[in-house]
Design a protein around this ligand. Structure first.
Ligand code: AMP
Length: 287
């Protein structure tokens, strides 16, 4: 595996590989790598000739300084995990490499007001603007044919797909399933910030989403949706130190809240604080 830290380095390395026959797969991450990330890398390895994985904690997508400062970082461990993952090139850029002269105010001009401001966007103002900015920059540096994103960040995935359409980028966006702990907790770098007990309790997030799914399948009527949602929120809030930011049932295609008769793929999504750690999760259901 080759480790690159600058744009110049990685572009030189990629220039050697790049010819019409070499397919480049790309997996962007913020590090503190776990089996969720590895599932994306594994898929990318199986579908491409070479795989680039970036590890960059992107400051412009954090709307909260403490969250950015506390975000787990272990780049040596990440490099060691990547070296055994099938990754061809690991890219560990600095802020100055990604943002011209370290200018963190820079943003691209793509914005989808609805998708940016609902769900996560409502509670994390500016978050998606930072996400699309960094992903577009990384796409420009690496120019992969395929890129891989997890459904754990479902809204991010939907926004990246739109961004790629908007700029007509020749990159195929691939969605990967959520990888979970045995107890159902979705893997996340932020889980490292939980105590053992909190991790056990946090499995109730997934369990609650599964209960909501069952309830919706039993009786999906508009009147019932509100009742199911309210019950799920109260249930989650009843755990010590839990605080729900939102729990919503939305159309999986456009992430709009379901407010009229609906049939098709829906998404039950939630963001919950467990102590100071904000966790997100979701579950697809066909109604
Ligand atoms: P992050 O490092 O959290 O920015 O995540 C990098 C990529 O890994 C994103 O596309 C995430 O959606 C994906 N990812 C994170 N956790 C999981 C998981 N538990 N299962 C599947 N994909 C994940």
């Amino acid at each position: 595996m080759i480790i690159c830290k600058t744009k110049k380095e990685i572009q030189n390395v990629l220039a050697d590989f790049r010819n019409d026959k070499i397919k480049i797969g790309f997996v962007p991450t913020m590090g503190a790598l776990h089996s969720g990330h590895l599932s994306l890398i594994k898929r990318s390895v199986s579908e491409n000739d070479i795989v680039v994985v970036s590890v960059f904690v992107n400051p412009t997508q954090f709307n909260n300084k403490d969250d950015l400062n506390n975000y787990p970082r272990d780049f040596e461990e990440d490099a060691s995990i990547l070296s055994k993952s099938g990754c061809t090139i690991a890219f560990f850029p600095s802020e100055k490499e990604v943002y011209e002269n370290g200018d963190l105010s820079e943003r691209i001009d793509f914005e989808d007001k609805f998708l940016f401001n609902t769900l996560e966007g409502e509670f994390r103002p500016g978050h998606f603007s930072g996400v699309v900015t960094v992903v577009k920059k990384l796409f420009e540096i690496i120019s992969p044919q395929k890129a891989y994103f997890g459904k754990k960040d479902y809204q991010q995935l939907a926004i990246i797909k739109k961004m790629v359409d908007y700029y007509k980028l020749p990159i195929e966006i691939n969605a990967c399933e959520i990888i979970r702990e045995k107890n159902g907790l979705a893997l996340s770098s932020r889980n490292l910030l939980l105590t053992y007990e909190e991790k056990e309790k946090a499995s109730n997030i997934h369990k609650t989403l599964e209960e909501v799914k069952k309830a919706l399948k039993n009786d999906f009527s508009l009147e019932n949706i509100k009742k199911i949602k309210d019950q799920a929120i109260s249930h989650l809030n009843s755990f010590n130190n839990f605080k729900v930011d939102y729990l919503e049932i939305v159309n999986a295609d456009n992430l709009q809240k379901i407010e009229s008769n609906f049939s098709g793929k829906a998404l039950i999504c939630t963001a919950v604080y467990v102590g100071n750690v904000r966790l997100i999760d979701n579950s697809e259901v066909v109604l």
